[in-house]
Design a protein around this ligand. Sequence first.
Ligand code: ADP
Ligand code: MG
Length: 696
Amino acid sequence: MLSEHSPLTVLKGVGPGVATRLASLHLHTLQDLLFHLPLRYQDRTRISPIAASRIGSDIQIEGEVLATELAYGRRRSLLCRLKDASGIISLRFFHFSAAQKNALSPGTRLRCYGEVRGGATGLELYHPEYQFLHAGQEHSLPQSLTPVYPSTEGMQQARLRKLILQTLDLPDTQLQVQDWIPESLRERLGFPPLMDAIRFLHRPPAGDGLTSTLQQLSLGQHPCQRRLAFEELLSHRLCLRRLRAQAEALHAPVMHYQGALQQALRAALPFSLTGAQERVCREIQADLGQGRPMLRLLQGDVGSGKTLVAAMAALQAVETGYQAAIMAPTEILAEQHYLNFSRWLEPLGLKVGWLSGKVKGRKRADQLQAIGDGTAQLVVGTHALFQEDVAFARLGLIIIDEQHRFGVHQRLALREKGASGEHIPHQLVMTATPIPRTLAMSAYADLDCSIIDELPPGRTPVSTLLISNSRRAEVIERIHRACRQGSQAYWVCTLIEESEALQCQAAEVTAQTLAAQLPDLRIGLIHGRMKPTEKTAVMDAFKQGELQLLVATTVIEVGVDVPNASLMVIENPERLGLAQLHQLRGRVGRGALASHCVMLYQSPLSQVSQERLSIMRDSNDGFLIAEKDLAIRGPGQVLGTQQTGLMSFRIADLSRDAGMLEPVRHAAERIQRDYPDRIDPLIRRWLGERELYGNV
Ligand code: ADP
Ligand code: MG
């Protein structure tokens, strides 16, 4: 008897080798396979006339080979001209064999599937899939849309499809998959039953309305997809709520507020806290005084003064005899915190420890000693803080900066660190990525939220200009002038390509070109492929003013403080999300100088890009920008996981499905109340074993 938890080896054609490859896709059980949903679909249910080809869309055609020949362009290729009653198209192959060339002889009939491109000969299909049509033989067409699955090397689509169909075709008597959403709730929401949705998504039947079905599917708005997205969001929420409940059942150090150290720090500061900083400090103060672990998210725009709030929290821990650890995602950021904390806290007689990957040998041993015997009351560092051999004497508070680079997994790992027995440290997570409230509520359902919604007084807002790339020379001249007058500038390169290597290459080329055009400026380059030590050296040189212009990829460190930098050029800003643009722009406008950000766009801009960039030009308010971005992009990716590393979903999309968050919340409450035994299986289905047993 099978169950949804049976291993995949029960399927025909799955031996240990195949099972290993499936495991690398996180597919272990029959249920995993059923919930491995298509990324997209191909319509191979019909043959289209060649004349219906449109650049950018997939097409399936049949025709007769007119001629096949070698083409010598930038790259040698094999070009095959194919004709049907409506027109002619070229098939182009960059990898091919002599046998392949011979087989595609004139008069041969083919069926091809591929994406239409604009090529040297007009419309072309690059490397289409094709099959030979033999006279007198039946070549049937599929009766359903063809799913395309997330896959991996060595696991062909066709094979994955066959395994999934094999699982779907197991008789009910052999395999039953439970629908954990209560029926009354499901019906009220208008969702189809679970197995109907799954069957449909793996094998959407051809027939009337196929085009609109395909369109709905490609937007992720088909009721069957919504049904599953809902369930996935529900599982995430249940998981986060459970993590929270588990954490709340534990104990954390009680840190009664005394305030002497905080008063001393206030007295030493050349400014007073903003109202928003005060409010948030009070919220944290109250949390720390309770025996329950604080799990608080601190949101505040770039430059809103989160570091000081963190310092105040740390002082409360230190004053009651505990240590506080502050972790940043990169060496450069961590070092900056270290400098700030040392500057603020050492005059109060406190010792600030420092640990990063760079700290080695004797120095590292000293730091470990101070952390271990408690002489370092505060410890600042990178991930290195949470390595095996680091043992804190009395860790009471963990502060994490720039949360958006950490996901739920890391949050869990951290929570485990520093836990001893029933005790875990308090946790404060700081992020400068403003997230619209509804989204924050669900992405951080395990955290309480504090917001600093006010900037310290006396800042000159960055003024933002949109300038077309055709006026690049003017922009370069502007940099020249600013640097000659003693300012410093950033030049940020972006690329569409996912590849980091390409981004870095582009930045290198830009740096060289700018160096040639501006020979009297000292120009530096920083990108993600450099060693941490090289990066730090470049950043230091920029901070010291030795470099005047810094060319960077988008990895340029969030939170880096160079008050003398007052000009930033962002190339192709239309390629970035608004949140990211806002983050980047926050690198300037940190000093007294009036600052400028030039968004050097590639024209022509689409309507949407124009609207989005105008928002950037007109506002400096991170929250407003986030809300507007959400409104404009609608089904876009304000919270796109690529961008924020926040959460990864298989099918749900937090911004597209934002409207479901409220019903998801209700459903979660209902399940917690009436069907608590369904929580486990739901989490396991969507998040796997890791989260389920992720001890807090
Ligand atoms: P972020 O929230 O981006 O981390 P920081 O904590 O780095 O911001 O603060 C930005 C700058 O503002 C720092 O130089 C900090 O010393 C300064 N600052 C923080 N709070 C205030 C305040 N209340 N008044 C004036 N300046 C402040
Ligand atoms: Mg900061």
